[in-house]
Design a protein around this ligand. Structure first.
Ligand code: 5GP
Ligand code: ZN
Length: 115
């Protein structure tokens, strides 16, 4: 999709530190990490948010979660735990309208929703 930041990363037009890649997914480090480990997992196909992806292509949604689990394992997060976050829409704080799972961990993450 034109003018989508994450589609441009998929196309290689914008650089990213890729940590995992499949035919249908890409995982790369967040440019402004909020925790010691902060990786974004996306489907290479453009879908706006998690619900749009799950409705349009449930198998692909499952692949995104499976990759999130693989990234957590590879980053050493599974012993102490971690968080997978899908923001959606304005109130959800979604800045990039191409669905992405935030995989965050490596330190205590605090309350789920800040004060
Ligand atoms: P959202 O707020 O949409 O859930 O998350 C968007 C995330 O994308 C943010 O955590 C932000 O730091 C990250 N981000 C924004 N621009 C870039 C970029 O150009 N490269 C990478 N790797 N991450 C980005
Ligand atoms: Zn996109």
């Amino acid at each position: 999709m034109e003018d989508c930041l994450f589609c441009k990363i998929v196309a290689g037009e914008i650089p990213a530190t890729v940590v995992h890649r499949t035919d249908a997914t890409l995982a790369f480090r967040d440019i402004a990490p909020k925790a010691p480990v902060h990786v974004l997992v996306i489907p290479t196909a453009h879908h706006v948010d998690a619900v749009a992806l799950a409705r349009a292509d449930p198998a692909l949604a499952a692949q995104v979660l499976a990759v999130a689990a693989e990234v957590a394992e590879a980053e050493g997060l599974t012993v102490d735990g971690y968080r997978i976050i899908f923001n959606s829409g304005r109130y959800g704080g979604q800045e990039v309208p191409h669905v992405h799972a935030h995989v965050v961990g490596g330190a205590p993450l605090g309350p789920m929703i800040a004060g």
